[in-house]
Design a protein around this ligand. Structure first.
Ligand code: G3P
Ligand code: CA
Length: 278
């Protein structure tokens, strides 16, 4: 008597899957993960060691931040100043590449490591070698000014490595992602929003999602407290790839994956690998 019951149950499950359709079944399993600053809770943030570790863990994307040096090199570092994460002090934009190369990154405790500050070229070369994608975030300087010409320099590095198609170039500033769109419509542009930036704009996540879509943005990155089922559905309707940051708790990682968020951005790629990779 047990076997016919099992067969009936299996048939029902199959019928449900067929009725729901492959898209929904696939979406539920399709959350990709990005190693935020390479995996900032595991290694010195935005270090080559972090990016190598993230690649070894199978991160789908490397997420990192860029600024310009005094002599116009694109540098991978989160803050506009050197003090928190390196052995140096002062604004990144006041140092030449040669000066920055002499500095070392600090670890999470603030102790100096042997890790240098990477250039964009260093990180793109690693991602290309590992056949992985990138979420490249363009930052502003210590006075919140955009770096003139940074978009062109980034595109040149991506092209040199043949990595334009594997990269989302993101920013909080609409002028920056707008410039990426104007310069190279073939490269995916990403718009970032936090509760604070939305408040300053007097806007909402769903309104900005529509505006970003109309402006040709491919990816929208939202801080995790802005993400719920309604915004996931709105992104899907608009054909926008939705990323959520920065998700470091196991329960939250599972919840955002189950909600159907496309990219979960995390400082804990080890946890994401264990929880999201099926
Ligand atoms: O991916 C977006 C997220 O990285 C933005 O915040 O400050 O970590 O660069 P932040
Ligand atoms: Ca970032």
């Amino acid at each position: 008597m047990v076997r016919p019951l099992v067969c009936a149950a299996a048939t029902l499950v199959l019928a449900w899957a067929v009725a729901v359709g492959p898209a929904l079944v696939q979406e539920a399993a399709a959350a990709l993960f990005a190693a935020h600053r390479g995996g900032a809770l595991l290694w010195p943030e935005n270090s080559l060691r972090a990016f190598r570790g993230a690649l070894e863990l199978g991160a789908d994307y490397l997420e990192f931040d860029v600024h310009l040096s005094r002599d116009g090199e694109v540098i991978v570092i989160h803050d506009p100043t050197l003090d928190r994460t390196t052995t140096g002090t002062g604004p990144v934009r006041e140092r030449s590449l040669a000066e920055l190369r002499l500095l070392r990154l600090k670890d999470g405790t603030g102790a100096a490591t042997s890790e240098p500050i990477p250039t964009l070229d260093d990180v793109v070369a690693l991602a290309a070698l590992g056949h992985r994608r990138m979420l490249l975030e363009i930052k502003v300087d210590e006075r919140r000014r955009r770096y003139p010409g940074i978009e062109e320099k980034i595109v040149a590095v991506l092209d040199r490595h043949g990595m334009g198609a594997a990269t989302v170039v993101m920013a909080f500033e609409a002028e920056t992602w707008g410039r990426v769109r104007a310069l190279r419509p073939d490269i995916a542009a990403g718009a970032l929003y936090s509760p604070g930036t939305l408040r300053a704009m007097g806007s909402t996540a769903s309104r900005e999602l529509e505006a970003a879509h109309a402006a040709g943005v491919a990816v929208v990155g939202l801080r995790q407290d802005l993400v719920d089922a309604a915004i996931v559905a709105a992104a899907r309707r608009a054909g926008i790839t939705l990323g959520v940051w920065t998700v470091n708790e196991p329960g939250a990682l599972r919840r955002f994956a189950d909600l159907g968020v496309s990219i979960v951005i995390t400082d804990r790629p080890d946890l994401a690998k264990a929880l999201l990779k099926r």
